[in-house]
Design a protein around this ligand. Structure first.
Ligand SMILES: [Zn+2]
Length: 229
């Protein structure tokens, strides 16, 4: 932990100390590499699932940006697009089944809302050239409890990535500890949000009581008092 006098942040996960996720991290030795291209808006999001994913996966790179220099992006893809595939939502018509990718080296994942991911895809032609794969969401997304803005049933980036890797590597058990850790992460976030909401309610109640006790018109005697008729 850093020792900032204002608000201590964890050196490892970068989050404020009370929300540190490091204790939850379940290290996973993934075979297929993961490249997460993270929209800048997501990077600042404490509830984002990619922080936990990046800390847990042995082979994972997270790069923040929206529009990437083509040469730099090609570098991130290992200098050659072959062996790379883009994980894309299941509602897309152009995605292929996982069995089409027996020799995948790297899974490219866009971390952003549906709209932002689409924008990233349009802004980076190299990404458009990658074969796309989709996963069918089997379980209702755990994430909905934490991020209400998501569509119902929409998976978090961590859940979608784990589901894809588990299927690609034919090793579902490998990803169970990380998915369990993610459930804890969501539960902690929901509990904090609940405590926050309780505190807001109590504060509103205190304010209401105070204002009902206070006289409707405050006398402002002394200097500055002025009565106009
Ligand atoms: Zn931490």
């Amino acid at each position: 932990m850093s020792s900032s006098p204002r608000r201590a942040h964890c050196d490892r996960c970068g989050l404020p100390a009370p929300t540190c996720v490091c204790a939850l991290v379940a290290r996973v030795d993934n075979e297929v590499e993961v490249l997460v291209l993270q929209h800048p808006r997501e990077a600042a999001e404490a509830k984002g699932s990619v922080r936990l994913l990046g800390l847990a996966l042995a082979r994972c790179r997270v790069v923040v940006g929206e529009v990437f220099e083509p040469a730099a992006l090609l570098d991130l893809l290992g200098g050659d697009v072959s062996g790379n595939a883009l994980l894309y939502p299941a509602d897309s018509q152009e995605t292929a089944e996982l069995s089409f990718f027996p020799r995948l080296r790297r899974l490219v994942v866009l971390d952003g809302t549906w709209r932002k991911s689409l924008r990233m895809l349009h802004a980076n032609p190299l990404l458009q050239s990658l074969p796309r794969l989709s996963i069918a969401p089997e379980a209702p997304a755990r994430y909905a409890a934490l991020r209400k803005a998501r569509l119902p049933g929409q998976m978090s980036t961590l859940e979608a990535t784990c589901a894809a890797l588990a299927q690609l590597e034919r090793a579902p058990a490998r990803y169970q500890p990380l998915l369990a850790a993610f459930e804890d992460f969501v539960a902690q976030g929901a509990a904090r949000a609940g405590r926050g909401a309780d505190e807001d309610r109590r504060r509103a109640e205190r304010t209401r009581r105070r204002s009902s006790r206070a006289p409707k018109v405050r006398p402002c005697g002394g200097r500055g008092a002025r009565v106009t008729r």
